[in-house]
Design a protein around this ligand. Structure first.
Ligand code: NAD
Ligand code: TYD
Length: 355
């Protein structure tokens, strides 16, 4: 038995591959294009482990995916591969359409072909799990109820629109062809191996260098935060016990204003790695993101009630683990801050310096 994971060299995908092999021991075929966000160093601890087979390639390459499916005969596909950063989608949306929409479509077509030809027992047991985001539901007002699985889609960024399109394709492949799909829509993840372009690792990386901590707009935007290990356990639960064709919202029950997240980080760093004057002094307000969603919140009652899943970390315990990981992995951080990373940081923050 084998599962095929796409995007397994990225942040959540790599955490999932490590977690899967530790928890299930079942072999993984890991397909990743190794864009700027993909990093084989995330999987270094699996070096020499026969249960992990890495294959570099694009989910949009039909012949490549067909050959992998034929060779490895997976019993399930878990699809993480995507362009994932909202700010990059504002600067250059094309790649988001290519990978998230056309890539997911190509993967679905390849999987449909593979699945259709399976013998009945393997066909019945097969699963295709699509990893998506709460951002497809758009933005909430302060008093609105949290996103549930029946909330209407209203994506506001090129990133969330491309993810919404891919979710719709997955849904259609179930209704039209009977493909045994499952979809998860999860809130903001944080934890080890997250590329330092996203809020939490960017703030940690900047703070450690004594650089400004750039808070967009008024810093009062709200996100729900989930420790990545809890997202991995949710995906395992949905893969094992989820009802076919169903959507499961996954959240950390941890709604926070961005400024409160940054304050919590500064306070944690003050304890772990004190600096003169404290880290909060580094906070700088910068120009807001265009179309910035104000609030996300997740109603996770369905996955809790049906599958018995709930997060095991609180924001405080997850953040402490995350900060310690970044402090203990300075080499990883230095390695990912490549020329490409520096170019992105210049592009994204230079234009915000007006404040
Ligand atoms: P990431 O950007 O860290 O990793 C994406 C991975 O996909 C990289 O390894 C990259 O090389 C690979 N990839 C990109 N294009 C590819 C292609 N065409 N073919 C093959 N591989 C390709 O992203 P992440 O934060 O780990 O997110 C993983 C998934 O989870 C995404 O689908 C994202 O939408 C979803 N998600 C993320 C969050 C979050 O907070 N990060 C929350 C909810 C859902
Ligand atoms: P991000 O980590 O990019 O995730 P998403 O946009 O998918 O929620 O951003 C999280 C929040 O933090 C979002 O409201 C934007 C804000 N933010 C900043 O204030 N400063 C930053 O430098 C970054 C990257 C994000």
């Amino acid at each position: 038995m084998t599962i095929l994971v796409t995007g397994g060299a990225g942040f959540i995908g790599a955490n999932f591959v490590l977690d899967w092999i530790a928890a299930e021991g079942e072999p993984v075929v890991n397909v990743d294009k190794l864009t700027y966000a993909g990093n084989l160093a995330n999987l270094a601890s699996l070096s020499g482990d026969k249960r992990h087979a890495f294959s570099r390639g694009d989910i949009g390459d039909r012949a490549f995916i067909d050959a992998l499916l034929a060779q490895h005969q997976p019993r399930a596909v878990v699809h993480f591969a995507a362009e994932s950063h909202v700010d990059r989608s504002i600067h250059a949306p094309g790649e988001f359409i290519q990978t998230n929409v056309v890539g997911t479509f190509t993967l679905l077509e390849a999987v449909r072909g593979f699945w259709t030809a399976l013998a009945d027992d393997r066909k019945a047991a097969f699963r295709y799990l699509h990893v998506s985001t709460d951002e497809v539901y758009g933005t909430l007002g302060a008093d609105d109820p949290a996103f549930s699985e029946t909330t209407a889609y209203a994506p506001n960024s090129p990133y969330s629109a491309s993810k919404a399109a891919s979710d719709h394709l997955v849904r259609a492949y179930h209704h039209t062809y009977g493909l045994p799909v499952l979809t998860t829509n999860c809130s903001n993840n944080y934890g080890p191996y997250q590329f330092p372009e996203k809020l939490i690792p960017l703030m940690i990386a900047n703070a450690l260098e004594g650089k400004p901590l750039p808070v967009y707009g008024d810093g009062k935007q709200i996100r729900d935060w989930l420790y990545v290990g809890d997202h991995c356990s949710a995906i395992r639960a949905v893969l094992a016990k989820g009802r076919l064709g169903e959507v499961y919202n996954v959240g950390g029950n941890a709604e926070m204003k961005n400024l409160d997240v940054v304050h919590a980080l500064c306070d944690t760093l003050d304890r772990e790695r004190p600096r003169d004057g404290g880290h909060r002094k580094l906070i700088t307000y910068v120009k807001d993101r265009p179309g910035h969603d104000r609030r996300y919140a997740i109603d996770a009652r369905k996955i809790r009630g049906e599958l018995g899943w709930s997060p095991s970390e609180t924001f405080e315990t997850g953040l402490a683990k995350t900060v310690r990981w970044y402090l203990g992995n300075a080499d990883w951080v230095a390695q990912v801050k490549s020329g490409e990373y520096r170019r992105w940081i210049e592009k994204n923050y230079a234009e915000r310096s007006a404040g």
